[in-house]
Design a binder for this molecule. Structure first.
Ligand SMILES: Nc1ncnc2c1ncn2[C@@H]1O[C@H](COP(=O)(O)OS(=O)(=O)O)[C@@H](OP(=O)(O)O)[C@H]1O
Length: 611
């Protein structure tokens, strides 16, 4: 029926093409063809535009995919922060949660295989995204080795990580005291920003995974002060240990009060542990906020090599370069405490750290690790951006600025830092390939969260407020406003634990401050072991007393054995811990009112709360 017109066109002379087309258009068959062509063109244009838009997103905001649904779910600022605490806000959840099975988590925590079919879909999905990110970021780091992405408004100077030829120096704000010291600093400067009590509720169910050499002791101190001043209950290590039996995988019965059922509700868990979500969740309430902190693996490895110099992997090695050059041949992962030397971040989060840089399944393992951390943690902070991290934390927890103010704890003195060459930095990234990928991922998501949840202007303003507060506090509390070597610390009770080849600094208090201010200032500079001990005594006075008695009996035998020096880190810490207990006991016995009696039972009972 439609064939005659076509034949008719073929038969026409060239000169009459125009009229031919006109006639052809009129025919029904050609109209259909043209409609079809138009449709195809439309679809092609639409596909092109959509692809272009997706490419723009992935190039500019690599992690938009993980977080965009959060923005849609929680359109107001308040809801955004509230959302951080809800199940649905976990960043990776929209992409991964529905596909993940409980088996995956368990597999992770048992360090078993990653390639099970149901997990594989998730793995590939996340991997694709992570690969894009790591590729683009590795490109970026080629220009500036070891330098994490900086937001546009930041100057590199303010971060203390300017490549690894120059190592971090003490932060200026701590020594830049401007105001006259006043004890009222604790009372007057309660600087709430956009989070007021009217818009959100302060969180007090918190798990902080205390990673190693990441500024975690400074955060621990913040949490201790917050909890202590509000009479919150800490999930402290059983039997007065200083860590939650690290490096073993965490188990709920490692917490004092769990087996005996003597504690009704735990608020804060924050001591070193090897994370295992299913066990932590047995102890902590359902609405618990989980967070942790990461550090650039190069700076971290430099710190670890000095601090853990006595672990088997390092003790006969002269330099980090020597270790990195020989590690493939000589590193033995099955020797106790050697895990400190290899992908320690992955280890602390509960994953397999023994992954070689050239392992076939490296990217897959990295993707799975990242996905699981995204699933289990509401917020991951970045040590290099400590102040920014504190603002994020404050907002996430609905706390005040004063709650997150701190002094840098556990820092080495300059003499025990080592300069690294760019080549060494590259070797470290390769050796710690999983950690490097974890860090890159969370550094990016961190800045994306800053942009989407706080905004750069607000962040800038809040940081200036925080630094002002810190400077005032340093001026009030600290003698000379800065950290000093342990040999210069007057109060033995405030000396930080010394280990390996590091010289860990501490602080002296101003002498002219009143008693109440002194007590408060002291909390800011009390090292981890002493403060943990103090809280244990406060929470479990009777048990603490028993341990004190037992420590007295066991002490001479322990001293004679002289084994502490040969033992691993955890045991050395415990030895130190017991030494503190003995020291405190003798103070208690003699009823000496010395300044080092900060942690005595008597003072515990007299202590005033922090604001
Ligand atoms: N506020 C702040 N900002 C930036 N960096 C900080 C901060 N507080 C502590 N630190 C540095 O963190 C390192 C100590 O980390 P940790 O306390 O986690 O160590 S530990 O695992 O508990 O022993 C240690 O790093 P190194 O000095 O390089 O060893 C500290 O200097």
């Amino acid at each position: 029926m439609l064939s005659p017109p076509r034949r008719w066109i073929r038969e026409q002379p060239l000169s009459s093409v125009t009229s031919c087309v006109r006639r052809g258009l009129c025919s029904r068959r050609h109209s259909l063809w043209i409609l079809l062509i138009l449709l195809v063109v439309c679809i092609a244009i639409q596909t092109f535009v959509a692809r272009q838009a997706r490419n723009d997103k992935l190039t500019g905001l690599p992690h938009l995919r993980f977080t965009v649904s959060k923005q849609h779910l929680f359109p107001t600022l308040q809801n955004v922060w509230e959302g951080l605490h809800s199940e649905s806000s976990l960043a990776v959840k929209p992409d991964v949660k529905s596909l993940q099975t409980e088996r995956m988590a368990d597999l992770h925590h048992q360090n078993e295989g990653y390639g099970k079919p149901s997990d594989y879909i998730v793995s590939r999905h996340v991997e694709k995204i992570v690969n894009r990110i790591t590729d683009s970021q590795m490109e970026a780091t080629k220009v500036s080795p070891g330098n994490p992405l900086l937001p546009k408004y930041e100057t590199k100077q303010s971060h203390g990580l300017q490549g690894f030829l120059v190592l971090p120096s003490p932060r200026k704000s701590l020594i830049a005291g401007t105001d006259t010291p006043t004890s009222s600093i604790f009372l007057k400067t309660r600087t709430n920003t956009f989070h007021t009590k009217a818009t959100c509720h302060p969180k007090s169910h918190i798990v902080f995974l205390k990673t190693h050499k990441t500024a975690s002791s400074t955060i621990l101190n913040i949490l201790y002060r917050y909890g202590e001043s509000r009479n919150l209950t800490f999930a402290l290590p059983l039997n007065k240990h200083s860590q939650l039996f690290y490096p073993f995988f965490f188990a709920s019965h490692f917490v004092e009060g769990v087996s005996s059922r003597s504690v009704r509700e735990f608020h804060i868990m924050c001591n070193h542990m090897r994370f295992r979500k299913s066990e932590v969740a047995k102890v902590m309430p359902q609405d618990t906020f989980y967070f942790s902190i990461l550090r650039h693996p190069v700076a971290m490895m430099e710190s670890i090599f000095i601090y853990y110099k006595s672990i088997p992997a390092f003790h006969k090695i002269h330099s980090l370069d020597e270790f990195l050059d020989t590690s493939r041949r000589s590193y033995n992962s099955s020797v106790a405490n050697n895990h400190y030397a290899h992908n320690i971040m992955a280890f602390d989060f509960g994953f397999d750290n023994n992954v070689a840089a050239d392992a076939e399944n490296l990217e897959e393992k990295a993707s799975m690790t990242i996905a699981a951390i995204e699933r289990d943690f509401h917020l991951i902070l970045i040590s290099e951006y400590f102040d920014e991290s504190m603002i994020m934390l404050k907002n996430a927890l609905c706390w005040s600025l004063e709650d997150v103010v701190s002094f840098k704890l556990n820092s080495r003195n300059e003499r025990t830092r080592r300069m690294l060459l760019p080549n060494t930095a590259e070797k470290i990234k390769r050796w710690n390939a999983i950690d490097w990928r974890i860090y890159l991922h969370f550094n990016t998501t961190f800045w994306h969260k800053v942009d989407s949840l706080v905004g750069q202007e607000q962040m800038k303003w809040e940081i200036s407020q925080l630094r002002e507060l810190q400077a005032k506090l340093a001026n009030t509390c600290l003698k000379d406003g800065r950290a000093v070597d342990p040999s210069q610390i007057k109060d033995a009770g405030l000396k930080p634990f010394q280990y390996g080849a590091a010289v860990i600094q501490g602080y002296n208090l101003n002498t002219h401050i009143d008693r109440q201010t002194k007590t408060k200032c002291q909390r800011f500079i009390t090292p981890e072991l002493q403060y943990t001990d103090h809280l244990y005594t406060k929470q479990f006075p009777e048990l603490a007393d028993k341990h004190r008695q037992a420590g007295r009996i066991a002490a001479p035998q322990h001293q004679r054995s002289g084994r502490a020096a040969m033992m691993g880190m955890a045991w050395a810490r415990e030895a130190h811990h017991r030494q503190i207990i003995r020291h405190r006991f003798s103070n208690f016995k003699n009823q000496k009112a010395s300044t080092s009696a900060l942690l005595t039972h008597t003072e515990t009972n007299n202590k005033t709360s922090m604001p």
